[in-house]
Unconditional design. Structure first.
Length: 328
C-alpha cells in the first residue's frame, strides 16, 4: 500500500513504457488515417492511467497526519505505541492510505474518527510486516451498532451473535464489524479478542490465495502451517491446544483466531506453543512477542463482570472474553 521511492520509480518507468507503446501505435494509425489525429491524446492519458494510484498515494502520504488520529492510535492501539519512530511513520502512512481508499459507513450508528482509525489500524496490523501489499477485494467497511445474524440483520434479537464478517456474494468487497466489539478489541491489553484483526486476517488469507503470498513469507513456513493445522483440527477436543474453541470451526477460523492471539497476546501464545508462535512469526514477518511487552500496562479495559460491549446482554467473561460470539 505504501509507495516507496523505489516503487514510485518503477511505476514511472512502467508508465513511460506503456505511453511509448501507445505513442507508437497511435502514430502508426494517424500516419495511415490523419483524420484520427485525436488518438494522440491517448499518449498522456495512458501515462496518467498507469501512474494515477501511485500519484494519489504519494499525495496522501505527504499530507500532515491529523492530531485526532494520532491521539486515537496512542490511546487505543498498543501495537502502534510499541513501534519505533520510523515504524510509526510507516504505520501512519498505512492508516492514511486505507482511509483515503476504503469507505467506512455507519449503519444506524455514528462513525467518528475513533472508529475510522481503529478500522484502519485493524487493517494495518496484520500486513505491517509486508512491504508490497494490497487489499484488492475490499471497497467498504460497514459498522453495525451491535452484533448481527447470518442474514446481516441487526435488530436486537437473540439470534444475533456475529461480531464481524467478510461479505460474500452480493456483499463481496464489503466487511461488516460490530462497533462495540471493535472498540472492545482495542480497549484492553491482556485479552486475545480483536474482531478487527480477526476479519482482516481473513482478508489476508483470501488475498494470498488469489494473488499469491507476499515475498516475505517463506514457503517452508506455509507448508509447516498447513500440516500443523490439519493435525490440530483432527485432534480430539480434549487434546487440543488451549486457544478459543471457535478456532476449531475450520482451517480459516483457526488462522484468524490465532492471528488475534499473535497480535494481542503473543506472550501467552509463545508460552503455550513456541512452535506455533514461530510459524506465525514467519508468516506475518513480525515478532510481536518481542514488540508488545515494551508497551506499559494500560488501565482502561472491560471488567470481567461488566456487560459485554458487543450488546449480547451477557457478562463480558461469559461472552467475548470466553470466545462465544462468532467472527466469520
Amino acid at each position: 500500500m505504501i509507495v516507496t521511492t523505489e516503487m514510485n520509480g518503477r511505476n514511472r518507468r512502467q508508465a513511460l513504457v506503456v505511453a511509448g507503446l501507445v505513442a507508437w501505435a497511435a502514430g502508426l494509425v494517424v500516419w495511415l488515417a490523419p483524420a484520427l489525429w485525436l488518438l494522440l491524446g491517448l499518449i498522456p492519458f495512458s501515462y496518467w492511467w498507469v501512474r494515477r494510484r501511485y500519484l494519489r498515494r504519494v499525495t496522501v502520504m505527504q499530507q500532515p497526519f491529523p492530531d485526532e488520529w494520532e491521539r486515537v492510535l496512542r490511546t487505543h492501539v498498543a501495537f502502534f505505541v510499541a513501534l519505533n519512530d520510523e515504524e510509526k511513520t510507516r504505520f501512519r502512512h498505512l492508516v492514511q492510505i486505507f482511509l483515503d481508499e476504503v469507505q467506512i459507513t455507519g449503519i444506524r450508528t455514528e462513525v467518528d474518527e475513533t472508529i475510522r482509525v481503529l478500522v484502519a489500524a485493524s487493517a494495518a496490523i496484520p500486513i505491517f510486516g509486508f512491504h508490497d501489499w494490497e487489499y484488492h477485494r475490499l471497497r467498504e467497511v460497514l459498522i453495525y451498532p451491535d452484533a448481527f445474524d447470518d442474514a446481516y440483520q441487526s435488530h436486537g434479537g437473540s439470534d444475533e451473535h456475529i461480531l464481524g464478517m467478510v461479505g460474500l456474494h452480493h456483499l463481496s468487497g464489503v466487511m461488516i464489524l460490530s462497533k462495540p466489539a471493535l472498540l472492545a478489541g482495542f480497549a484492553h491489553q491482556a485479552g486475545s479478542q480483536n474482531v478487527g484483526v480477526h476479519e482482516f486476517a481473513h482478508l489476508v488469507e483470501q488475498e494470498a490465495n488469489e494473488y499469491g503470498l507476499p515475498p516475505e513469507v517463506p514457503w517452508m513456513v506455509v507448508r509447516q502451517w498447513v500440516r500443523y493445522v490439519a493435525r490440530e483440527l483432527a485432534r480430539p477436543s480434549r487434546h487440543r491446544a488451549h486457544v478459543s474453541a471457535y478456532a476449531y470451526t475450520n482451517e480459516h477460523e483457526y488462522f484468524a483466531v490465532l492471528a488475534e492471539y499473535f497480535f494481542t497476546s503473543p506472550e501467552l501464545l509463545k508460552r503455550r506453543d513456541p512452535a506455533l508462535y514461530a510459524m506465525l512469526r514467519g508468516m506475518f514477518h513480525q515478532d510481536t512477542g518481542s514488540l508488545l511487552p515494551l508497551v506499559p500496562p494500560r488501565r482502561q479495559g472491560v471488567s470481567r463482570n461488566a456487560p459485554c460491549p458487543c450488546g449480547s446482554g451477557k457478562k463480558y467473561k461469559h461472552c467475548c472474553l470466553a470466545g462465544n460470539p462468532k467472527r466469520s
